[in-house]
Write a protein that binds this ligand. Sequence first.
Ligand SMILES: Nc1ncnc2c1ncn2[C@@H]1O[C@H](COP(=O)(O)OP(=O)(O)OP(=O)(O)O)[C@@H](O)[C@H]1O
Length: 344
Amino acid sequence: MNILNKFSKKIAIDLGTATVIIYESGKGIVLQEPSFVALDSKSNKIIAVGEEARRMLGRTPANIKVVRPLKDGVIADFEVAEMMLKSFLKKVGVKSRFIKPQIMVCIPVGVTGVESRAVLEAAVQVGARKAYLIEEPIAAAIGAGLGIEKAEGNMVIDIGGGTTEIAVLSLGGIVVGESIRVGGDKFDEALVRYVRENYNLVIGESTAEEIKINIGSADPNFSAKFEVKGRDLMTGLPRHIELSAEETNKAFKELLDNIAHAARRVLEQTPPELSADIVEKGIILTGGGSLLAGIDKFLSKETEVGVFVSDDPLTCVAEGTGQALNELDKISNVLSTGNQGVFS
Ligand SMILES: Nc1ncnc2c1ncn2[C@@H]1O[C@H](COP(=O)(O)OP(=O)(O)OP(=O)(O)O)[C@@H](O)[C@H]1O
């Protein structure tokens, strides 16, 4: 092993559409912040990042803009993504002037070569001595504690902010996988639309997310209510309404169906021996979207397979990426298969 590898810090990054999580080997999760950046509209200089920037969303004067550098699981604005990452790494004191860290970042299944190159490039730009990529479902499965190196089928559905990643894994690699651009953001957008169309009330993204987290449901029979404040479309004045969990279910119907159909497509393409393993073990749900009330039961009904939410769905991918980086030698087959690349 290269002597620099031995002494350099190992940093795993879940560069998510909604949240960035940084995991440091030997320490665990050292940062978990929303993927938001507030910039000066004229100079493009950073004003705030992460939670501080998210709190400004929808509340900024004309000289400040709040942006999200990632969209649908991939980097949409390279320059801002790099600034955000640099700022987060500085915050957790990762950068060393002497020995640069090794960084592993996870990417959605099936991203283009250009997209994955952009992530590697960003990791190098923020100071990586060596940068690695790992596909999200592999990281999620490792983080969920599934023994993916064995010749056994495991199925993971990771519902993030921008994408839902569905994969069947065996022998350390993805046998069948699919990524759809449906995630928590689309659920928020569906609520914004629903409230506008049914109540003539305009609400912002943050309010929509608050509704989703408090009463959002994949189960039409779930009963809960939430007071929603916004601006009346007709009068332009502030107004509030009461929204029910049942209504959120109506708003989410099409998106939930999209996820269920993708899961079924993956199951239909799965080799029979692996299908048998999955029937026995069930499907593991990871990602923030798996916290939506009733989504496990909904997907179980749609796929006719048991569905279980992992222990720490929000940090599972970051933990799995960290473990993969720690065990590079042991699981080199995982890193050299499929879409993963190594760049130094
Ligand atoms: N209790 C909850 N109920 C429903 N959704 C939730 C809950 N908590 C968080 N979420 C949603 O989970 C999403 C974030 O999940 P996660 O952090 O796994 O995504 P990400 O890694 O940032 O995204 P991606 O992997 O798509 O790039 C957000 O859309 C957030 O609103």
